[in-house]
Design a protein around this ligand. Sequence first.
Ligand SMILES: C[S@@+](CC[C@H](N)C(=O)[O-])C[C@H]1O[C@@H](n2cnc3c(N)ncnc32)[C@H](O)[C@@H]1O
Length: 345
Amino acid sequence: MNSKFIVWVEENKKIQKLSEEMKHNLLEYIKENITDTKENCEKYILEKWDDTLGNCDNLKFDDKEVISYVIHHFLDRYQRMLLTLYDMYCRKVLPIKRNIYVLDIGTGPANSLFAICDFYKLIREFGNEYNIENYKNINIKIEYVEKSLSFRKWIHKFQEFLIKRNKYYEIPFHKGTFEDFSNISYTISYNHYYRNFRFDLVINSNFFTKANMKDEHNNVYILYRKEIENTIRKIKLNGLFVTLSSINYDFYSDYKKYLKGIKSFRGKDVYKLNEILDVNSNEFKVNTKQTKKELTANLEKYFTEISAILLENYKFSLEPEKKKYLDRKKSHEWKTIIMKKRKVD
Ligand SMILES: C[S@@+](CC[C@H](N)C(=O)[O-])C[C@H]1O[C@@H](n2cnc3c(N)ncnc32)[C@H](O)[C@@H]1O
């Protein structure tokens, strides 16, 4: 089934179409909601430009920064996640089962979650076309952790916008269940009723950055030890812990060593994480590479259109420095690390 799905995706350019559709919707959303006045445009796009692009660790993610972040990063990172999922599928490591429980830590504008929903929609579509039971009946149930209220409001607003265009996503609509990752508890009580969460797929994209991994002397310091261990306890047997991040950090070997050392227990059984993948995006499978080129072109078009919106509406053209940054961004690579929860013999 695996190779038939890949051929179907390739022949019908399914990933490209998803990306183009997301680009279109995002641009429409931006035109309608952000660039309505010159003041808004300056406020949202210019004032936070440098921090959003180069210095995310310093952001507070208030309303202004969120808009700026969405404009600069959403489409790029949505596409990264789509390609990552496709690569995972090609390597036969993507969960395919009836109910898939997903958690995204530090979801931001939920770029990864929109990609997860869209990719599983593709799998269902293929399942329906070829009547494949375990593909057409996949349900995904999503939770995210996000402490910025501005991001949670944005996810709500963007979904409202998409619903009006008949696009539905399984992402929590009413601002999510979990806010701060610090001291997170996955057992939630609603009037004497306890809900206990367990996950098949836990992802974090650009969350465990240097700020969470190094102290002021540049020594390894894992800020959220207790929370990571608690989260890994909630991953099901054979569930995955997936990290997407910049390729430029030097802490990955410590990070992986730390993750591999975590033990969780159920009765007498002991569980640990096994590394199953550590790749840079330029090492993705052949099929993924071809698709990747076209997604890069889609991103280029997006930034050209964003520049055109600015120029047309506000007679504002990007300074050469800022333009250069966007050019570099087009060729950005990222890193994917996947760990699988296994029982220790
Ligand atoms: C660099 S952004 C990454 C957003 C998105 N995952 C992406 O790939 O673009 C980091 C996100 O983590 C959130 N965040 C930071 N600390 C957090 C915490 N303690 N609990 C929950 N969310 C947090 C921020 O608000 C922000 O949305």
